[in-house]
Design a protein around this ligand. Structure first.
Ligand SMILES: [Mg+2]
Length: 230
């Protein structure tokens, strides 16, 4: 089935390196700081609501997230939040941006086993500067032929990517942890896709059912893609 594959696209966040747990850490610190005004679960729900409202304006990434954290803090404290707490929240965001890149198990081995046999590309969304810096810190940059940082991962963006790299859908395999962003859009275009689930998934990325499709596989860890490829 996969004998036509020429290009493999890898998602980055929570596929190659740890990401969502860092957002959860920031959210827990936000909940603690806002605990005088609202209980934790409710504060998280308010934060998620703000994020979804801001998504069309801010897009994805840590900076967008922190702006939503600040907006939510002001709202749920009825503007009583102190400048000192605002400062702390800004600092927590900066710390999240500067966290070291923690590669997931088997990432280097898998990429090294595939480079040279396929054209490897990185396909991610979020903040351009942040993603570029993470890639540099990851030590993986030299393994990728092309890096695509999209504002969103919908069919339209994947179609543009395929045109740009001049590859037919059946020659492209996408690998990632999000069914919504990494799997469903490429499958809809006729590409192949492999889902590598991560233990935490952001609420926004959750979908109800996993696809059943002849060009779709699920594996437990990244290394398990190797036996699936010719
Ligand atoms: Mg991801």
């Amino acid at each position: 089935m996969m004998r036509n594959i020429k290009v493999i696209g890898f998602d980055a966040d929570d596929t190659l390196w740890v990401n969502e747990p860092y957002f959860k850490d920031t959210e827990m610190r936000f909940r603690e700081l806002l605990s005088p005004y609202m209980d934790g679960e409710a504060a998280s729900a308010e934060l998620f609501r703000t994020e979804m409202q801001n998504m069309p304006l801010y897009g994805y990434g840590v900076k967008a997230f922190i702006l939503s954290v600040l907006e939510t803090a002001i709202r749920i404290s009825s503007k009583k939040i102190s400048p000192e707490v605002i400062e702390q929240l800004i600092q927590i965001g900066k710390e999240q941006l500067m966290r070291p890149v923690e590669l997931l198990d088997g990432v280097e081995e898998t990429l090294n086993a595939l480079v040279g046999r396929y054209r490897l590309i990185l396909v991610t969304k979020g903040d351009l500067l942040d993603q570029e810096q993470k890639l540099r810190r990851s030590g993986l940059e030299h393994l990728f032929h092309h890096v695509e940082i999209m504002s969103d991962k919908t069919e339209k963006e994947y179609k543009q990517l395929l045109n740009h790299i001049d590859v037919r859908p059946e020659e492209f395999l996408m690998i990632g942890n999000s069914v919504r962003s990494d799997i469903l859009p490429p499958l809809a275009l006729g590409c192949h896709a492999i889902h590598v689930p991560f233990h935490i998934t952001w609420e926004h990325e959750l979908v109800d059912e996993s696809p059943s499709h002849t060009q779709f596989h699920t594996v437990d860890s990244l290394w398990d893609i190797i036996p699936l490829l010719p």
